[in-house]
Design a protein around this ligand. Structure first.
Ligand SMILES: CCCCCCCCCCCCCC(=O)SCCNC(=O)CCNC(=O)[C@H](O)C(C)(C)COP(=O)(O)OP(=O)(O)OC[C@H]1O[C@@H](n2cnc3c(N)ncnc32)[C@H](O)[C@@H]1OP(=O)(O)O
Length: 253
C-alpha cells in the first residue's frame, strides 16, 4: 500500500526532471584558518529548492589531517589545463545527505513519505565531530572509491579506540556507495573484515574500496582501512553486493 503510493509519487516527480535548474548561491562551511569561498549549485529542480545540508563538506570539527586529505582529493576533482581552462579531474566528491532516498529522487525528501523520522544511520548525530565525520571520493576510471573518516568520541569501543561495529559501518558505507556507483541499486550480501590494528578515537583514517570483479548480479569489492599517511593497516575487508530492483526497495524487500 505504502510502496504503491511511493511509486505513484516517483511517477509524479518524473515530469519535474527537465525543469531548468535554479542557480542557488551556497556558502562553503568555515574551516578554521581558511578563507570562506562562495560556490554555486545548480541541480535542484524549481519546486524543491530548499537547501539540503551536504554533510561531506568541511566543518569546524575537522582536524588538520581530515582537512589535508579532503583537499588532496578535492583538488583533483577539477584540474586546470595549460591555457587556464578548467576540466573534470579523475576524482569526484560524493555529496552526502541525512536522508538516504534523496539519492534516488534528486533531492526530494522521499523518506518523509515512508517514515518521517528515518535518517541515514551515519549522519544522525547533530554535534559536529562527535561520531562519523566522513567524505567519499570516487575515481571511475580506476574503479576506486576512497572514504576519509574522522572517528569521534561517541564511537568508542575498547577504551580510547573505535568500536569494531563503527568500523564495519564505515566499510559498508564506502564499499556500498562504490558498488552502487558501479552496479546501480545493491544490498550487502556478505561482508568479511579482518581487524589488524585498533583505530585511536579522534584519528583520521582512509578507506579505499576497489572493484574485484562483477559477475551477473554480484559485485565483489575489497577495502583497506589505513592510517592517514598510509603507514599503518587497520582493517581489510571483502564485500559482496547483490543487485536489486528499485521496486524491491520500495516494497520493503
Ligand atoms: C552516489 C552513491 C549513492 C550511495 C547511496 C548509498 C549510501 C549508503 C551506503 C550504505 C550501504 C549500506 C548497505 C546495507 O547496509 S544493505 C543492508 C544489509 N543487507 C541486507 O539487509 C541484505 C539482506 N539480504 C537480502 O536482501 C538478499 O539476500 C540479497 C539482496 C542480498 C540477495 O538476494 P537473493 O538472495 O534474492 O539473491 P539471488 O538469489 O538473486 O542471488 C544472486 C546471487 O547472489 C548470491 N548470493 C546471495 N547472497 C549471498 C551471500 N550472502 N553470500 C554469497 N553469495 C550470495 C547467490 O548465490 C546468487 O549467485 P549465483 O547463484 O547467481 O552465482
Amino acid at each position: 500500500m505504502m510502496a504503491a503510493s511511493v511509486r505513484a509519487t516517483f511517477r509524479l516527480f518524473q515530469p519535474l526532471r527537465p525543469v531548468p535548474p535554479m542557480r542557488i548561491p551556497l556558502r562553503q562551511p568555515t574551516v578554521p584558518g581558511r578563507t570562506t569561498v562562495a560556490r554555486t549549485m545548480g541541480v535542484l529542480p524549481l519546486p524543491f529548492f530548499s537547501k539540503p545540508r551536504d554533510f561531506s563538506l568541511p566543518n569546524s570539527s575537522w582536524g588538520p589531517e581530515m582537512v589535508r586529505l579532503y583537499e588532496h582529493y578535492n583538488s583533483q576533482c577539477e584540474v586546470e589545463r595549460e591555457g587556464g581552462e578548467k576540466q573534470k579531474g579523475p576524482w569526484k566528491r560524493l555529496p552526502s545527505y541525512n536522508r538516504v532516498l534523496k539519492y534516488a529522487t534528486g533531492g526530494v525528501y522521499l523518506s518523509k513519505l515512508i517514515q518521517s523520522k528515518a535518517r541515514l544511520f551515519t549522519r544522525n548525530i547533530k554535534e559536529p565531530g562527535a561520531s562519523f565525520e566522513y567524505v567519499l571520493f570516487d575515481n571511475s576510471e580506476e574503479q576506486k572509491c576512497v572514504g576519509i573518516l574522522q572517528a569521534g568520541h561517541l564511537l568508542e569501543g575498547p577504551p580510547g579506540f573505535v568500536h569494531g561495529g563503527a568500523i564495519a559501518t564505515m566499510i559498508d558505507t564506502v564499499t556500498g556507495a562504490h558498488a552502487t556507483l558501479l552496479s546501480g541499486p545493491v544490498m550487502t550480501a556478505n561482508l568479511n573484515i579482518n581487524y589488524r590494528s585498533p583505530i585511536p578515537l579522534g584519528s583520521t583514517v582512509v578507506l579505499e574500496s576497489c572493484l574485484d570483479k562483477k559477475e551477473d548480479k554480484k559485485t565483489f569489492v575489497t577495502c583497506k582501512v589505513t592510517s592517514s599517511n598510509g603507514s599503518k593497516l587497520h582493517s581489510e575487508a571483502t564485500a559482496l553486493f547483490v543487485s536489486i530492483s528499485v521496486c524491491k526497495i520500495l516494497d520493503g524487500v
